[in-house]
Each structure stands twice: as structure tokens, then as C-alpha cells.
Design a protein around this ligand. Structure first.
Ligand code: EPU
Length: 417
């Protein structure tokens, strides 16, 4: 078990460099299987989900070299083998092998994907889309077997603008004859990042980043090169930390347009910051105002920053409310936040109130999921005394080099495996 130990309440100054986005990288790596032979993916974050993805890629016959932050992937000898449960359950993103292998071989056998337990997280929209393209989907015990003699491009309307379904259907559509149009597509930056790799390989894609995406199938692809966008959720998490503990803390490598909802919200509650190109400078704010936040799909306020933001709002002067519209079970962090001295009340399944400001005290807590873990990590950084965060594997799934990044700016933080 991995533990993160923090002695809190240290002011943080210096620079934090943002890594590549987890949720882009976990789609770009499987997408490399579609290339003729070689692909290069730059700015890959050092997180545990990537380690497991590489294991799946190797199982499928890919040769992978890792130099600095670049992954060199040779997919010339890729073969289609079933992906076993011990690998597929390690992360949500194993579902991207469905789209990729369906496009490349017309057949996929994969056990159910895993991921954080933050709600039901069905993948019915992905499956409906594959079926619309002509695939047959069987579920036997806990395995999906998806087959297609041929895929044919279609107009597909997504019942919800799901990030995973949009990317998965874009990947599958590469192997379809003719044109696929995805309506009500997700608009998150991850979709643009994946489209840019596919376009680089020679696929014609229009509209990535808008509600309507058009993909023209093409099985004869070139090699691909892409850089992973900076992680907007990691950026937001460190911005929140800066608002609580920064002394001109600099967060470098951000894309402002990807975190606009967070920036507008923190400005509204009285937090000042300066942006110069890709760097934001932020200091501790002593007069945070309460607010109302509703999580939404991009460009709305991201659900993945909801839990870190909850910790910030424990320091606001008054009552804040958060409405979580994406997941049914994303307040599990509040149990330990309250044990640390916060006052949060779950009003309904998806509504939380936070009453501040409260002084937090260090204690032993347990990360229940990735962003819930981040919420406790932030709480530990602002708390008086020592906090031990059990199950910190969750935090390492999404925050590359988090301990060193924080230590380098003045946090008292250690990891113990
Ligand atoms: N949904 C369905 N059916 C589907 C797909 C989604 O009902 O077939 C529902 C989900 O249950 C959820 C909502 O739609 O209520 C959003 O799901 P979406 O498919 O957009 O999410 P995802 O692709 O499973 C990705 C990220 C999540 C992030 C969401 C929303 C990856 C690997 N995961 O998940 O990241 O919360 O988009 O932005 O890209 C995280 O990083 O902590 C994380 C959970």
C-alpha cells in the first residue's frame, strides 16, 4: 500500500511544471496501434495508468521505448489477442482498445474496464455506436466480444456527450468504409488531441472540439507524431493549491482556454492571479467568498476538479453549494474532510454544501478515488499537523511526480510504499 505523509501549513513558492494530460495520453497510446508502423508521443505523464497501458500494448505485440517523456511505439507486428481482466480492470481507458482493435482487425475480446468507483459508469453509448457502425456485440460473463465483417460509416447521435464514447467511436470510424458523423459529440480538449494524432496519420477529420465530428475511414495510415496537451485537471489542482498556500507560486505549461471555467470561478470568489503566456502566478487568498458550482461537460466546470474545489471551499467565508451532474458517487472525500475538521453536508445524492472557513487538522485518511485523493492531499497541505493518506496509489494514477513537484516548492511531503 502506498502512503503519502504530509506535515501541513507550509507556504509554497517556486515553480511547478504541468505534465501531459492523463486522459489524452490514455487514448493516444492505444491509438498508435492504428499507425502503419511507428509513432512518437511526446509529453507522456509518469503515472500508473500509463504503466498498465504499456503492458497491454506489449501484450498486443507493440514494441515500446520510453525516452524522457517520449514514447516510441512500433506497431508493425501488432496482433489481436484477448485482453485479460487483470489488465483491463486497472483503468477505465482500457476501453479504447475496443475502438482501435475493431478498426484494425474487426474483432476485439476484452474484459470489462475498471477505473475509479465514482458512479455506475456504463459504456452503453460506446456499444450503441459500435453497433451503428455494423459491429456485433456479445457480453459473455465479464467479457465483451465485438466483431464486424466490415464497418460502415454512419451518422451517430450520442445520448450524452461522453468523452470516452466520442474518442472510441472516432477510433472505430477510422476502420469504417465511408464517412462517420458523430452528433452531440464531447468537446473536451482530449478529443482534439486524439484527432490531431489521427489527422497526422492521414485520417480526414473535421469538427473535433465541436458538437459534430466527421471522420472519413482510412485503413492505410502513415506513422504518427503527437504531443500530449498539458493536463488541465493537474493544472487546476495546483492552481487551487496556489490559492490556498502560494507565495507567488508559478504553475507552468498551462493552456488558459482549457481551464477557463476554473479561472472564472476562482476570480469570482476573490482569488487573484496573473497569467503570462503559459504560466500562472498565484498567491494565498485570505478572503475567499463562498459560491455555487455545477459540474458540466466542457467548457463547463469539470467534474474532475469538483473534489479539489471542495477542499478550497472549506476555507471560504460562508456557505457554498456544489451540484455534481456527471457522477452519482463523487462525494466520498467529504467523509475524511469532515474528520479533518471541515463542515460539509451531502444534501441529496448530487448536492453538497460546504460551510467555511474551517481550520483543518492533520489525521489518518484514506483516498477512495483519484480526485477524492487529490482533495485530501490539498486538505493535508493546509492542515495543522501531520496527515497520512492511505491508498495513495489512487493519487499516483493521475498526478505524475506529485511528491517531488510539491516538495520542490516547499511542502513537507514524503511517500512510503
Ligand atoms: N456515460 C453513460 N454511458 C456511456 C458513457 C458515459 O451513461 O456509454 C455517462 C457516465 O456514466 C457519466 C457521464 O456519462 O455519468 C460522463 O462519462 P464520460 O464517458 O464522459 O466519461 P469517461 O469517458 O468515462 C472521462 C475521464 C474521466 C472524466 C470524464 C468526464 C478518461 C479515462 N476518463 O471519463 O476522468 O471524469 O471523462 O470529463 O478519460 C478522472 O480523470 O478522474 C476521471 C474520472
Amino acid at each position: 500500500m502506498t502512503k503519502i505523509l504530509i506535515d501541513g501549513n507550509h507556504i509554497l513558492s517556486g515553480e511547478i511544471q504541468i505534465s501531459g494530460a492523463k486522459n489524452s495520453a490514455v487514448a493516444l497510446i492505444p491509438a498508435a496501434i492504428l499507425a502503419k508502423s511507428k509513432s512518437v508521443i511526446y509529453n507522456v505523464p509518469e503515472i500508473r495508468d500509463i504503466d498498465y497501458l504499456i503492458k497491454i500494448m506489449e501484450l498486443l505485440g507493440c514494441k515500446i521505448d520510453h525516452k524522457d517523456d517520449a514514447l516510441y511505439i512500433d506497431s508493425s507486428n501488432v496482433k489481436n489477442v484477448p485482453i485479460p481482466e487483470e489488465l483491463s480492470v486497472q483503468m477505465r481507458a482500457s476501453y479504447y482498445f475496443m475502438g482501435v482493435l475493431l478498426a484494425k482487425f474487426g474483432r476485439v475480446e476484452i474484459s470489462f474496464p475498471g477505473g475509479c468507483n465514482i458512479g455506475a459508469r456504463p459504456i452503453d453509448i460506446h456499444i450503441k455506436g459500435f453497433q451503428a457502425l455494423g459491429a456485433n456485440v456479445e457480453i459473455i460473463k465479464n467479457r465483451y466480444i465485438i466483431t464486424a465483417d466490415k464497418l460502415v460509416g454512419k451518422k451517430i447521435y450520442l445520448d450524452f456527450p461522453s468523452v470516452g464514447a466520442t474518442i472510441n467511436l472516432m477510433l472505430a470510424a477510422v476502420g469504417a468504409e465511408g464517412t462517420t458523423i458523430i452528433e452531440n459529440a464531447a468537446m473536451e480538449p482530449e478529443i482534439v488531441n486524439v484527432a490531431s494524432l489521427l489527422i497526422n496519420m492521414g485520417v480526414k477529420i473535421n469538427g473535433a472540439g465541436t458538437k459534430t465530428i466527421e471522420i472519413i475511414g482510412n485503413k492505410e495510415l502513415d506513422n504518427g507524431v503527437v504531443e500530449v496537451f498539458p493536463d488541465r485537471i493537474e493544472s487546476g489542482t495546483y492552481i487551487i493549491i496556489g490559492a490556498l498556500l502560494g507565495d507567488n507560486l508559478k504553475i507552468k505549461g498551462i493552456i488558459k482556454e482549457h481551464i477557463e471555467a476554473l479561472l472564472m470561478k476562482i476570480k469570482e470568489i476573490g482569488i487573484n492571479f496573473k497569467i503570462d503566456k503559459d504560466t500562472i502566478t498565484i498567491s494565498k487568498c485570505n478572503e475567499i467568498k463562498p459560491t455555487y458550482i455545477k459540474t458540466l461537460v466542457f467548457p463547463g466546470f469539470p467534474t474532475d476538479l469538483q473534489q479539489p474545489m471542495t477542499t478550497l471551499l472549506t476555507q471560504a467565508h460562508g456557505k457554498s453549494t456544489i451540484e455534481e451532474t456527471l457522477y452519482e458517487n463523487r462525494f466520498k472525500n467529504t467523509y475524511d474532510l469532515n474528520r479533518m475538521g471541515a463542515i460539509t453536508n451531502i444534501l441529496t445524492l448530487n448536492k453538497l454544501e460546504i460551510i467555511g472557513p474551517r481550520k483543518l487538522k492533520g489525521t489518518n485518511v484514506i483516498a477512495t478515488d483519484l480526485r477524492g485523493g487529490a482533495s485530501l492531499l490539498i486538505a493535508a497541505l493546509i492542515a495543522e499537523g501531520k496527515t497520512e493518506i492511505d491508498n495513495s496509489e489512487y493519487i499516483l494514477r493521475g498526478y505524475g511526480d506529485v511528491v517531488n513537484k510539491l516538495k520542490n516548492v516547499g511542502a513537507d511531503i514524503e511517500i512510503s510504499e
